[in-house]
Design a protein. Sequence first.
Length: 441
Amino acid sequence: MTVLRAGSASDTGRVRTINQDSVLTGATVFAVADGMGGHAGGEVASATAVAALDAAMASTSSAEGLVNAIRSANDAIAAASRDDPSLAGMGTTVVAASLIGSDAGDVLVLANVGDSRGYLFHAGRLRQVTDDHSLAAEMVRSGDISEAEAARHPQRHVITRALGIEGSIDIDLFDLILAEGDRVLLCSDGLTNEISDEEIERVLSTLVDPTAAAEDLVRRANAHGGSDNISVVIIDAVIAEGTGESTAAHRIVTAPAATASIPKRETAAPGIGAISPPPVGRREGWLARRRRLGVQRAVTFRVLMFLVLLVGVLAGAWYFLRWYATSAYYVTAQGGSIVIYQGRPGGVLWFQPKLVTVSPTPLDQVLATRQPALRNDVPEPTLEAAQRYVANLADEYRQTQAAIPPAQVITPTTIPIPTPTVSPPITSAPGAIVTYPTLPR
């Protein structure tokens, strides 16, 4: 039993003023149409095409029915052009996919007219399934120019087929056998003209939800310039193994989440085919399932070698930084002591200096002229050099102290001071003249 889930996104782009693209995500039919002609003609043509497809495929489930639905769309567009002169000359490209059920199994049939494309994403690789109906693409197929030249050809946007231009139309059909793990991408040239297949692969590989993937592709196309309308439909398919019965695809299509896959029946590239189911009666492991689906290993030999190289570079950088941070010593003053540290003053990143020894020589037994240098840290290449520096400081201080002569002691001498002789006062009778002795000066 086959279950499909689809997501879509469409945007005007950054240059155009009208979005002439239309998208269809029905139960079993999906389409992208890129309209052209007149102010509103392209918009009408693409909308007419998807409406006719949706109506015609509602009552049929066959490749012939898909072809007839596209021809009905061609007739409807041509009739609208005849009825309204303002829409004369309008047309549209279309790429459509329909899930067809039969007794042989379910097949997704792709059909295209013009340069809107259908892609298969299988095992991490993107491959274009449809052929562009443009002048440049036909010149590539005929060998007149290369694909690189076609990308720059001045007439690369000239298409050779479109709906609504002629009464009859040639339609290309491609059968894709559904297999678990693939995805189908339908898009207008507004996507493929802006971003590469490699970028599309990255998006389809990483975003599981089809709507999210479609929106991301549109956003990337706008980021690259958005010179045209951009429309994307992504179809995911799941194979429910072991049902033992065929299914009418148009009756069993539902909305549950799934990742998708689709190898092609007649036009599949070499190496892309149906994926074998897991062994019956045995629980399949995660790794075995990835191998069965052809999912590439996330860790290849190249990635492993890069990781080994990266680890080696980081380890080498760490060891070099550690060596640089711890390969030197310095002498400094700390409080009243002289100490020796291993490392760089202030440290290097998370490698901080480590105390090695405290000198028995105190700071006050170092000459005053040497102390400022100690307080600013004195670097030395080795521990022995640092220890010699401290020993030299102590020797220098002792030698300076030994060169100072001892202080001379002066013994005081007693000098006698003469004591003056004072004669006693002379007592006389009242009225007599008294004479005092003269003291020496």
